[in-house]
Design a protein around this ligand. Structure first.
Ligand code: ADP
Ligand code: MG
Length: 698
């Protein structure tokens, strides 16, 4: 139950002055539906209207507030001509200029002969001073009301700055004093104001520096948001850990057989990660572990060995992939090893229907199948396991904390407490790991398997497309397999992107029908398979693809990656795509085709890619260039949408919030002390965080 003290903050925005039926939807789009959302909608800058020179001294282009006498009105003679209000002060004349004037409101606002205060920017037109559409017009007696520093807010079309400022002011006035949830030492050390003062201060900047993200009040608010997030995650984690798990300590017989069948030794990083995973499985309490590793760092092998550990204990294991192609790919990787180990395994996707499907379902229910690889289809209601011991989710950032908990809860619950291992392919900066995966323990594959050759990366403008097609032709003649990635499927007039279908047709014409294949999200599964098979087993050629292939296909003989409109891709995506090549023994290259002119960010991205293949470094740069929201692919990422914290700026605070949340919960796991109750208030204040909904307390 939300504490009563917060009620005013969760009232509808329509309760704020000036927010009627017309304004409410607009304000809701800009800020959100509740008063608290308006509070979180902080100013991005300010306008200083305190400067009040005479007309003669008013500089051009600067916001000023003038004291004027109205001399007379001159409506435009035609509708296209402006309406002019002639004014003056003791230093000289000035015209207030208005376009598209309807009705007589100007006569009421600026009565002839009266004294007024107006605020806006002065221009000089043929030596004559004028001010077009002043921001504020009031009778002179109310000069002090407008000669102020005014915060600037993010707006949606139709929403005036005045409206938002007024609503924000009222929201601040409605904000109650809340109990202090932060550590008093931390507050004192940073000279942070209390929450209410901080929010009031953030909405009332008096100079530009006041709106910076690192002021004490902005830092305080960022900390509050991060603390709420970390606390919620810690509560989820504590809850998960408290649930009883099994102790899975296999005797190693299956793992030994699989290892013997591997044509290589595990890298040090793989061994370490595996030891961490086996360690979690061996103790009671559920494993909730994240296995982070760059594309091709060898996560699948590690996952398989963990699954075999479960099978050694007489339980089943499942590996879930985000796409059908990937599920089949994992299946192929696992197949020789699973066969060597002598376990019974299958692949199950949405495509399997009828009898095949039923046979598999029966096998899972009876325990005849030890291992299964699949897509979401694995977790549909009719799928029952005899006894599931481990779920591996290869998520590639597609699922967030919410789905993760759902997976391990659903259907698997009858089987008891299932250990969960999440694999992510793009290295994630530490800060983001803590925010998006703070409920999990983390293993990292930082080192790549030996023998990988660096991928030569070049950036080429799209004008040189013909040269690239020629280069591809030469590569194919030498036996290369080439990926050609296009951003969308069908020509869109709006975006004018190269369509994969059209590119396919053009390349087929240039290089020969038989050598150019097409794969995209709208193909039927069987068609996808056929295209993949033709690319992998047919004569050397080109696979034209939408980003379907982004999520992990493994074709070691592919050596060239062409990305068309590389400027439209994020850094992490480009890194992933490049990771598709350079997997075999041959030299590989990556061609980034870009449309001119290249923006500064796109240029920086391409530069970084050319400089390094270190996924962790790329991830950090990505965070810096794009901001946190986008790094993980926003909505699907499971990363909460922070409103006050900016992870690129407040990274340190994430660490502080994490350790504070841990300490506080250790002292008061049920949040019952005075401080604990304050923390509950904090949690409710940020109640829209995804993790929050899963956190159990009280
Ligand atoms: P990821 O899932 O992390 O993208 P994979 O597990 O699919 O990576 O491994 C990529 C490729 O590297 C596979 O072909 C795999 O057989 C190979 N590989 C994995 N571990 C090693 C290793 N220790 N030494 C050499 N090759 C390895
Ligand atoms: Mg893999």
């Amino acid at each position: 139950m939300r504490p009563a003290i917060l009620f005013p903050l969760f009232a509808d925005i329509r309760t704020l002055p000036g927010v009627g039926p017309k304004i409410a939807p607009l304000l809701e789009r800009a800020a959100g539906p509740a008063v608290v959302d308006v509070l979180w909608h902080l100013p991005t800058g300010l306008v200083d209207r305190r400067f009040s020179p005479s007309v003669a001294d008013a500089p051009e282009g600067v916001v000023v507030t003038l004291k004027l006498q109205v001399l007379g009105h001159e409506p435009g003679r035609t509708p296209r001509l402006p309406y002019r209000v002639h004014c003056q002060d003791e230093s000289g004349p000035i015209d207030l200029v208005f376009f598209r004037v309807k009705g007589d409101y100007l006569e009421r606002q600026l009565p002839t002969g009266e004294m007024c205060a107006v605020s806006g920017r002065v221009e000089r037109y043929r030596e004559e001073a004028q001010m077009a559409h002043p921001d504020h017009i009031v009778p002179l007696a109310r000069f002090d009301e407008i000669a102020i520093v005014e915060p600037v807010y993010g707006l949606t079309a139709g929403l005036s700055p005045k409206t938002v400022a007024k609503a924000a002011k009222a929201a601040v006035a409605a904000a109650p004093t809340l109990p202090e949830w932060a550590d008093p030492h931390l507050v004192a050390q940073n000279a942070w104001p209390d929450w209410r003062t901080a929010i009031a201060r953030a909405h009332a900047p008096t100079d530009q520096a006041d709106t910076a993200l690192d002021t004490p009040w902005r830092s305080r608010l960022a900390y509050d948001e991060l603390l709420a997030n970390q606390l919620a995650l810690a509560l989820v984690r504590a809850h998960q850990k408290r649930r009883k798990g099994r102790t899975l300590k296999g005797d190693g017989r299956l793992r030994q057989k699989a290892l013997a069948a591997l044509p290589f030794d595990l890298t040090g990083a793989q061994k370490m990660a595996l030891a961490e995973i086996l360690g979690d499985m061996a103790v009671s309490g559920r494993m909730q572990r994240l296995l982070q590793g760059d594309v091709g760092s060898g996560k699948t092998v590690v996952a398989l060995l963990a699954m075999l550990n479960a099978v050694e204990c007489g339980l089943q294991a499942a590996l879930m992939a985000p796409t059908e192609i990937l599920a089949r790919q994992h299946f192929e990787t696992i197949k020789p090893l699973a066969e060597a180990a002598g376990v019974r395994f299958a692949v199950l996707t949405g495509r399997d229907k009828g009898k095949t499907r039923q046979t598999m379902l029966d096998g899972l229910a009876s325990g005849e199948l030890d291992l299964v690889v699949g897509t979401h289809a694995l977790f549909e209601d009719e799928v029952a396991f005899r006894e599931l011991g481990l779920v591996v989710v290869d998520e590639q950032h597609r699922f967030g904390v919410h789905q993760r908990v759902a997976f391990s809860a659903k259907g698997l619950s009858e089987a008891g407490e299932v250990d969960t291992l999440i694999m992510t392919a793009t290295p994630i900066p530490r800060t983001l790991v803590m925010c998006a995966y703070g409920d999990m323990d983390v293993s990292k594959l930082g080192e790549k398997p030996p023998g990988r050759k660096p991928v030569k990366t070049v950036a080429v403008p799209l004008e040189r497309l013909d040269d690239i097609v020629e280069a591809v032709r030469r590569q194919i003649a030498k036996g290369a397999r080439v990926y050609w990635v296009c951003p969308i499927v069908e020509e869109s007039e709006v975006l004018d992107l190269a369509a994969a279908t059209q590119r396919h047709a053009a390349l087929a014409e240039a290089l020969g029908e038989a050598r150019v294949h097409l794969i995209h999200g709208k193909l039927k599964p069987a068609q996808k398979d056929a295209a993949m098979a033709a690319f992998v087993d047919g004569p050397p050629g080109v696979l034209v693809a939408t980003t379907v292939i982004e999520v992990g296909v493994n074709v070691p003989s592919a050596t060239v990656m062409v990305v068309e409109h590389a400027e439209r891709f994020g850094l992490a995506q480009l890194h992933q795509l490049r990771g598709r090549v350079g997997r075999g023994a041959d030299e590989s290259s990556c061609v980034l085709l870009y449309a001119q002119p290249l923006g500064a960010t796109a240029k920086a991205r391409i530069e970084i890619l050319r400089e390094t293949e270190d996924g962790f470094r790329i991830a950090e740069e990505d965070l810096r260039l794009r901001g946190a929201g986008e790094v993980l692919g926003t909505k699907q990422s499971g990363l909460p949408q922070f409103r006050l914290a900016d992870l690129a700026v407040h990274a340190d605070l994430v660490e502080v919030a994490r350790s504070d949340a841990t300490v506080m919960l250790e002292r008061d796991p049920k949040l019952e002390s005075e401080r604990g109750l304050a923390l509950r208030t904090l949690l409710y204040l940020f109640a829209r965080d995804e993790a929050f909904k899963l956190a159990r307390f009280g």
